[in-house]
Each structure stands twice: as C-alpha cells, then as structure tokens.
Design a binder for this molecule. Structure first.
Ligand code: GTP
Ligand code: MG
Length: 195
C-alpha cells in the first residue's frame, strides 16, 4: 500500500477524545517494548511518527494515526510493564478494555508477540480477551531479524501453540528493522478494513 498521508490525530486518555469520523480502525496490542510503534512507522515508511523508545512504557495514551484518510491505527499502551504504578495500570486497563469491547469501527487487532520468546501469560490473556470479544486478530511475530531462518518455523509453532491460535487468524513473521513481512501485513489489514 502506498501511504501518502499519515498523521497523529489525537493522543487520547478518554473516550470523548476518540475520533468521530467513522473510518475503519485497526488497534495494536502487545507487551511494552515489543515494537508496536515501530511497526506503525515501518508500515507507513516514517522514521518516528509513532514515538518509539528502547525504554518500555513509552506509549501511555491511546494514539490514533489517520492513514491516507482511509483508516486509523490505534497504538495502545503496552501491557506487562512492571514499573508502571498499579493505579496507572488499572486506569489504562479500563480504558483499553472499554475501547476493545465497544468501539464500533474497530475492524480488528494486530497483536504483536516477540518471535524470540514463547508467549507470556499476558500475551495469552490478551489473545483470549480478543477472542472473547470476537475481534478478528492478526498475530504478528516481531523482531524476526533477531532469529535465524532455520529456527523461525519452530518459534512460530511455539507461538501458535502457546496462545492456542484460532486457525482463522493469520500469524505473520515481521521485522520493523528490515521490513520483512510488511506487504503480507498490509494485505491482511486490507482484508479486515475493506470487508
Ligand atoms: P511501548 O510504547 O513501551 O509499549 O513499546 P512499543 O511496543 O511501542 O515498542 P517500540 O516500537 O517503542 O520499540 C521498542 C524497542 O524495540 C525499540 O528500541 C525498537 O527499536 C526495537 N524494535 C522494535 N521492533 C523491532 C524489530 O522488528 N527488530 C529489532 N531488532 N528491534 C525492534
Ligand atoms: Mg509504543
């Protein structure tokens, strides 16, 4: 997909701030530091429109990016980051759960899982939650550049097994560093937003 326009429309902390122009939306979920913001930048060919950081917990709001006036990416705060105070975690949790369970224009979720490691309990909980709400999910196994080709299939298999991946949900290896998997991912995003 050729991206000609991409802008951060709002960093929302409450539903009243969510966009109201009814474009299809795709949300990004995943552990802190797994590479959600980097994936957005890679998809739209921008270095740092979505702020990234080697320090986990960078994204603390629900950030809506409007792409080509066609769709939104909603970049969510990462889960599983121990150093965030419990009160803050609870507030994010409520916001994210409310968003995922009741956002009308949400067409699906990209859940990122680090290809190097087996899925964590939080990864599994998030996936179960998405399935509970019948949200179409694209599971992206990211940081694929850090795994040798020979070991890739085995690691993909562990992810598939670890979260009990629904056979109708795709699992795609991806690297924000090299761009591997980018076209395949766009294809899956179009499948969900143009349905
Ligand atoms: P939070 O906003 O804290 O939830 O993190 P995030 O999921 O948005 O992660 P972010 O995109 O900020 O990336 C975290 C770190 O991982 C950064 O140092 C990135 O450069 C690195 N990173 C992200 N994706 C990849 C990838 O595909 N390959 C490699 N090698 N590094 C990556
Ligand atoms: Mg981020």
């Amino acid at each position: 997909m050729k991206v000609t326009q991409a802008e951060l429309v709002i960093s929302a902390v409450k539903p009243a701030q969510y966009p109201t122009d009814a474009l299809p939306e795709i949300a990004l979920a995943g552990r802190s530091n797994v590479g959600k913001s980097s994936l957005i930048n890679r998809l739209i060919n921008r270095k740092n429109l979505a702020r990234t950081s080697s320090r986990p917990g960078k994204t603390q709001t629900l950030n809506f990016y409007r792409i080509n006036n066609q769709l939104y990416f909603a970049d969510m705060p990462g889960y599983g980051f121990a150093r965030v105070p419990q009160s803050v975690k609870a507030a994010w949790g409520r916001m994210i759960e409310g968003y995922l369970s009741s956002r009308e224009r949400l067409c699906g979720v990209i859940q990122l899982i680090d290809l190097r490691h087996p899925p964590t309990r939080d990864d599994r909980t998030m996936y179960d939650y998405l399935k509970h709400y019948d949200l179409p999910t694209i599971v992206v196994a990211t940081k694929a550049d850090k795994i040798t080709r020979g070991r890739r299939q085995q690691h993909l298999k562990e992810i598939r097994k670890g979260i009990e991946l629904d056979p109708s949900d795709p699992l795609l290896p991806f690297s924000s560093q090299t761009g591997q998997g980018k076209e395949e991912l766009w294809k899956e995003i179009r499948r969900l937003t143009e349905a």
